[in-house]
Ligand binder design. Structure first.
Ligand SMILES: [Zn+2]
Ligand SMILES: [Zn+2]
Length: 452
């Protein structure tokens, strides 16, 4: 097989791998880079061969955000995905169009939006859901055949890893994977047999596992922090990603409510995550491998965020738990606005429950100490940090040790490392050379074709 990484750098960016095997040409994902702007955010899609299909591992924007552009270039190409991803794909892309349109208006980025609402209908029509854990044979115009099996990958609702079998060769793509149960998504169920080629994510390659940190422990610590803050007259802000993490946090709060483990108080949520709760409910009922009921919002008596703007620095009229997007506290989002109300009061707490890039407001806030100042650009407001800032570990990605265990179990002749920053990839290159010395390890240069 020939494999080309079409992401523009060796990082977690616009994920897009071109596979060529026999007469088949296919993409695994076509994402949008979260940190690049305009057309630079897209993978290198200019010289694609005619594609037989695109395999979509899941609906995070760094995997799906370039798909409409692929469809524009090659109308009618089929997108193979999980049944759950087929339910939510268009909704995620619709949000991306509205975010890009806002960025064009606010920041003058003329290239935005990179695709239009009208271009999402062809994407929706091209989606071809495959049942999980069941092998499908795909034939192309040359009569060539490839077998495809999707495996649940944990990570986020609808995420899959994919096994390609072509003339006795087995190639497995992990996609983004989590080997542990989350509240709303069960752990990955990957194949147990050997494969010839393993294409693995490496997100946490530079992150050693912290001793004693477990999901259950972090859940209890989060609940204790909330209870302490609320009983001392403060409010809690939990900035979350709208797709997946917000619904997980709401499920955690509801479980705690059922067992009287949380102090009663109002709970507020913002737009997109609430809307996506309907989609996760549908994924749960119709697609499987997702456990979320929209009822959770009613049981928690979740209230919408008031549209009335409270000036920065002034505490909110209602104390409570604010579960709001965005997870990284990006400017002009509900979480960022509410942070400007809570940060200067010592009784409040901001609980980060996901990854924050150091270049985002969330990352910058985590790097500061109590008593430091923090600028809310655009609000023209500088806060002195007095609220408690807490970090909780609810990662959606496997630990590096779990990924090494899976690689050992696959016993591949070739390993391709993807979806990691340079230091994460370097750790895997070193470790794999020691642990699997017979395997050829490739850390692909962007745009270069490798015979794997
Ligand atoms: Zn992902
Ligand atoms: Zn990803």
């Amino acid at each position: 097989m020939r494999l080309t990484d079409l992401n523009s750098a060796q990082d977690i960016g616009a994920n897009c791998l071109l596979g060529e095997i026999g007469s088949f040409n296919f993409l695994v994902d076509a994402g949008m880079h979260p940190k690049r702007i305009g057309n630079d955010a897209l993978p290198r899609l200019n010289h694609l061969p005619p594609l037989d299909f695109v395999l979509l591992t899941h609906c995070h924007l760094d995997h799906i955000g370039g798909l409409p552009v692929v469809l524009r270039k090659q109308p009618g190409v089929e997108i193979l995905c999980s049944p759950a991803s087929a339910i939510i794909a268009k909704r995620i892309l619709r949000n991306s169009v509205s975010v890009m349109t806002r960025q064009r208006d606010e920041a003058g980025i003329k290239a935005y939006p990179l695709f239009t609402y009208g271009e999402l209908d062809p994407v929706e029509r091209a989606l071809h859901p495959l049942p999980l854990l069941s092998t499908r044979t795909v034939r192309n115009a040359d009569g060539d055949e490839i077998n495809i099996t999707l495996y649940p990958a944990g990570h986020v609702a609808g995420a899959v890893g994919c096994l390609f079998e072509y003339k006795h060769r087995k190639i497995f793509f992990t996609g983004d994977v989590l080997f542990k149960d989350q509240q709303t998504v069960p752990a990955a169920q990957f194949p147990s047999g050997p494969v010839d080629t393993l294409v693995t994510e490496t997100t946490h390659g530079a992150t050693p596992v912290q001793d004693g940190v477990t999901r259950a422990g972090e859940t209890e610590r989060l609940l204790e922090t909330i209870n302490h803050t609320i009983t001392h007259g403060g409010s809690v802000l939990i900035p979350t990603f709208a797709f997946g993490r917000m619904q997980e946090i709401l499920t955690i709060l509801n479980e705690a409510r059922r067992r009287n483990a949380i102090t009663t108080c109002p709970i507020f949520c913002s737009g997109l995550g609430v809307d996506l709760a309907d989609y996760l409910d549908m994924m749960s009922r119709k697609a499987g491998f997702v456990n979320f009921r929209r009822q959770v919002l009613q049981e928690l008596k979740v209230q919408p965020l008031s549209q009335r703007f409270v000036a920065p620095g002034h505490d909110l009229p209602e104390k409570g738990i604010y579960v709001l997007s965005s997870g990284m506290l990006v400017e002009n989002t509900p979480a960022w606005r509410i942070a400007a109300n809570l940060l200067e009061h010592a009784r409040n707490t901001i609980c980060f429950v996901g990854y924050c890039d150091p270049d985002t407001p969330g990352g910058r806030l985590l790097a500061r100490k109590r008593g430091d100042t923090f600028l809310f650009q655009g609000l023209d407001y500088i806060a002195t940090i007095k609220a408690h800032i807490e970090r909780f570990y609810f990662s959606g990605h496997a630990t590096r040790d779990e990924l090494m265990d899976f690689a050992r179990q696959c016993d591949p002749r070739a390993i391709v490392i993807t979806h990691g920053d340079p230091d994460a990839r370097a750790w895997f290159e070193e470790e794999l050379a020691i642990e699997l010395p017979h395997a050829k390890v490739t850390n692909p240069d962007p745009g270069k074709a490798y015979q794997i």
